[in-house]
Design a protein around this ligand. Structure first.
Ligand SMILES: Cc1cc2nc3c(=O)[nH]c(=O)nc-3n(C[C@H](O)[C@H](O)[C@H](O)COP(=O)(O)OP(=O)(O)OC[C@H]3O[C@@H](n4cnc5c(N)ncnc54)[C@H](O)[C@@H]3O)c2cc1C
Length: 519
């Protein structure tokens, strides 16, 4: 702890009380762990309880030049958990700001503070007997709604592209100023929670995947529960079908039959969802041998899902007929959650889980996937950081076209196998024209050399995809400086903004600012 950092810690303690400046070695060491190798300096975890506290913390940080890293719940697993991309003095843990401050059933929104978790929001809506649901993700229910939006996380359902369905941010700036995006800056502005953009430049984007402010409140939009909501599941025997399936889904999305996200996943992704690595079947060998995959996948090489939200049975019949007509000819099986089909290769319990996700029910033990390569059993209290699970996420965006899907998936598949990892591959189709690829690099941090090999594999995927024109939409903390230089003056603009808004560089230095490439 340098002198200035020490003075900042004293000032935080004076402001919040010692109990909210966590400095014990065990807590700080735990907060420095993520699911891949990092070594970031960190002295304490600071826990403000109000917006005024947050503003005061930022003023203290700026005064003493002490870098702070904000987290809402810190379960950014696969992308860095609570660990900052560069050395920081403290984590600014916003978990105590956990109120649902507004709920409008007619206009279908809630306004939440950063500590509100998906589980909390789901429980709240249930208790209020709401006719609405919130888009949830395939990630942990104890992660925060705000943190996920600010990472531009991808969920399920019609509002899967979560950032697009949020507005009215309240943001504390590094100098302690408080700003509101959209209409929020005006007294008594009725449109604040329902219209994304007020007059003038749209500022929301400055605070998502960024390091220019700490979001202390935001509104997220909800979806009405549809009387005839249903989820379909499709299966493909071979990978050749991937291209035509992607093109069929795009047709359904662009014409409006499908308004919600689809996940297309390979056999390894599906397997890692329901079990750990088949050590016995594979004779202890990694990566998973093809013969073992073929045995375990029971004829389904790839599968996928999608959901519809019809208000009447007539709408439901028409949607289903259209989906059968467009998707049916290019898949080997198509099953609906509300039409039990004993001959389907898709187990009904899997359909129920996916339909639950698509209608706002998070899956409790989703993080068990991170234990795929661990030799011991999955514990009851999941904590991939503590348990040295190896997990690196990497999310390239590609055009919603079969040819791009085939090409980019082949690049990832080859690279993962080459480095000794299982090609755990998914295509998250959350918008009309683009797909986010979500390869999961899963390994065991207790195996000597795996940390290094996994990061080398990640870097090779990044490099090979970029060389082919595919760039990630979201990055792990170790990758912030690994993207190629920009071809224009964007990074000069980003540097100018950062220096103007955060002149002492105290807020999440290095987070999505690509500073190693600044001119
Ligand atoms: C098996 C598995 C499946 C997953 N599936 C998904 C998925 O389907 N979709 C998905 O999106 N993710 C997924 N994840 C990744 C991750 O767990 C989630 O994105 C999770 O929601 C992020 O954690 P959090 O919400 O607690 O965010 P936090 O860790 O609190 O926040 C994320 C980052 O945002 C910034 N931030 C947070 N709060 C603020 C604030 N108030 N102001 C300014 N900056 C802030 C910080 O830099 C922080 O590091 C998955 C993870 C696992 C293990």
């Amino acid at each position: 702890v340098t002198r200035d950092a020490g003075m900042a810690l004293e000032a935080f303690a004076r402001l919040l009380g010692d109990e909210h400046v966590v400095r014990d070695a065990a807590s700080v060491t735990a907060a420095r762990q993520t699911t891949y190798a990092t070594n970031r300096a960190l002295d304490a975890i600071v826990r403000p309880g109000t917006v005024e506290d947050v503003r005061a913390c930022l003023r203290i940080a700026t005064e003493h030049g002490a870098a702070v890293f904000p987290i809402s719940r810190g379960r950014n697993w696969g992308y860095g958990s609570r660990v900052p991309p560069r050395d920081c003095v403290v984590i600014l843990d916003l978990g105590r700001l956990d109120r649902i401050v507004a709920h409008d059933e007619d206009l279908a929104y809630v306004t939440v503070e950063p500590g509100v978790t998906f589980a909390q929001l789901v429980a709240y809506l249930r208790e209020k007997k709401s006719r609405l649901f919130a888009a949830v993700t395939g990630g942990p229910p104890q992660s925060s709604v705000v943190g996920n939006v600010l990472e531009r996380g991808v969920g399920k359902g019609p509002y899967a592209d979560r950032f697009q369905f949020s507005c009215g941010y309240e943001v504390a700036l590094p100098n302690g100023d408080l700003v509101h995006t959209g209409y929020g800056r005006y007294a008594n502005a009725h449109a604040t929670p329902v219209a994304r953009f007020g007059p003038g430049p749209i500022l929301d984007g400055l605070f998502a995947q960024a390091n220019l402010g700490v979001v202390t409140k935001m509104t997220i939009w909800l979806t009405p529960i549809a009387a005839h909501a249903a989820t379909f599941f499709f299966a493909m025997k071979t990978q050749d079908r991937l291209g035509p399936v992607v093109d069929a889904l795009r047709t359904l999305r662009l014409e409006g039959t499908l308004r919600s996200s689809s996940l297309i996943a390979n056999d390894v992704r599906r397997m890692a969802f329901v079990r750990q690595y088949p050590w016995e079947e594979a004779g202890g060998v990694t990566p998973i041998p093809l013969a073992v995959r073929e045995e375990l996948r029971r004829g389904v090489a790839w599968s996928g899902d999608g959901s519809i939200y019809p208000p009447t049975i007539e709408h439901a019949r028409a949607d289903k007929a259209r989906i059968r007509g467009v998707l049916g000819p290019v898949v080997d099986a198509l099953t609906w959650s509300d039409e039990p089909d004993p001959s389907s290769p898709i187990p009904p319990e899997v359909l129920a889980i996916v339909h639950g996700l698509a209608t706002g029910q998070p899956v409790e033990r989703t993080a068990a996937t991170a234990y795929w390569r661990k030799r011991g059993p999955v514990p009851d209290d999941l904590d991939p950081d503590r348990d040295r699970c190896g997990f690196i996420s990497f999310s390239p965006a590609i055009p919603f076209e079969g040819s791009h899907a085939r090409r980019s998936i082949a690049l990832l598949d080859t690279c993962m196998v080459e480095y000794g990892f299982d090609p755990n591959l998914g295509l998250n189709c959350a918008s009309d024209r683009a797909i986010d690829l979500t390869p999961m690099l899963l390994f065991d941090r207790d195996v000597p050399g795996e940390d290094e090999r996994a990061m080398a594999c990640h870097d090779a995927m990044l490099e090979r995809l970029a060389a082919s024109g595919y760039y990630p939409y979201r990055l792990c903390t170790e990758a912030m400086d690994k993207l190629p230089a920009a071809d224009d003056d964007t990074l000069r603009l980003m540097a100018t903004l950062k220096r103007a808004i955060d002149p002492r560089d105290i807020l999440a230095p290095g987070r999505y600012d690509f500073r190693s490439r600044w001119p």
